[in-house]
Design a protein. Structure first.
Length: 283
């Protein structure tokens, strides 16, 4: 791939940006012949490759519908949803175990095995949250409802340690009373954390709107199924990017860009090549 192939003409027609498995992509509006939601019924194609969902009939034009997740060898929606649910269950279980360890230590009248609060910002849940979602994501906004509760859970061991230490002196509350109050508050924090993750699972499922973008290049036509269309606008090239590896490894990508439609870097698709390779189905 030479440098010219990585250039983006800022004076060209606007670019349509869409999401696929959490990644952002763009195609030039020059090739877009329409955008529709996925119909309930699609005519299957006998003995075709799995990446072809079926045939579309739009205004008398019949052409194949391509599953872009399978085209790029990405997880299916069901697989991605299952992975999210597994992650959520893991984080709930690990924080439940953490809370129980503190409860058990307090019940024994001793100090927690971990005497100081490890930072919530270094928790695997927080690292997952920051890596998987951008701040404008609806799922991220949902998960942030539990931010205070999550931080409080991480602060609990240090608070219990302080209460159980010999230096604790409070004429208003005994060590046991203060500790019980902290434990009860933590149980409520855990409830908020767990319920927020369950709410986020629902939000995560709703993000898959499955939109069809109809492409045309002369007589060749192709429908592509994507997760969500973000909008149409200008894009700016990115010269130094880790995503350039994807550009060099696949002929279907011709550059990396950024846009005000998303915080993610955008992979630019070679529309002509995509249409030419898939408009005529080969078994």
């Amino acid at each position: 791939m030479n440098e010219e192939a990585l250039q983006i003409d800022k004076n060209s027609l606007p670019w349509l940006t869409f999401l696929l498995c959490g990644n952002a992509y763009a195609i030039n509006s020059k090739y877009i012949d329409g955008i529709t939601t996925r119909p309930d019924e699609i005519t299957p194609i006998p003995d075709s490759q799995p990446k072809y969902i079926g045939m579309l009939n739009v205004r008398g034009n019949v052409f194949p519908l391509l599953d872009m997740r399978k085209q790029f060898k990405l997880l299916s929606i069901d697989e991605e949803m299952a992975a999210f649910e597994n992650d959520a269950e893991h984080f709930i279980a690990s924080h439940r175990e953490r809370l129980k360890a503190v409860e058990d230590a307090f019940a024994r009248g001793g100090e927690p095995d971990f005497k100081v609060a490890d930072e919530a910002v270094k928790c695997e849940y927080t690292l997952w949250l920051d890596k998987k979602f951008h701040k404008k994501d609806k799922v991220y906004e949902t998960l942030m409802k539990a931010d205070a509760a999550h931080k409080a859970l991480h602060a609990l061991p240090a608070k219990i340690y302080t209460v159980m230490s010999e230096d604790y002196l409070d004429p208003k509350k005994s060590k046991h009373e203060e500790g019980e109050t902290l434990i009860e508050d933590a149980r409520e924090d855990f409830r908020v954390f767990a319920e927020t993750l369950a709410e986020a699972e629902f939000s995560y499922r709703r993000r898959f709107r499955e939109t069809i973008i109809n492409l045309a290049d002369g007589e060749d036509r192709l429908g592509i199924l994507v997760d969500e269309v973000l909008g149409v606008g200008t894009i700016d090239p990115v010269k130094d990017s880790k995503n350039l590896n994807s550009v060099y490894q696949s002929k279907l990508f011709c550059g990396v860009a950024k846009s005000d439609k998303t915080e993610k870097e955008i992979l630019i698709i070679d529309e002509e090549l995509l249409i030419r390779q898939n408009a005529q189905i080969n078994d």
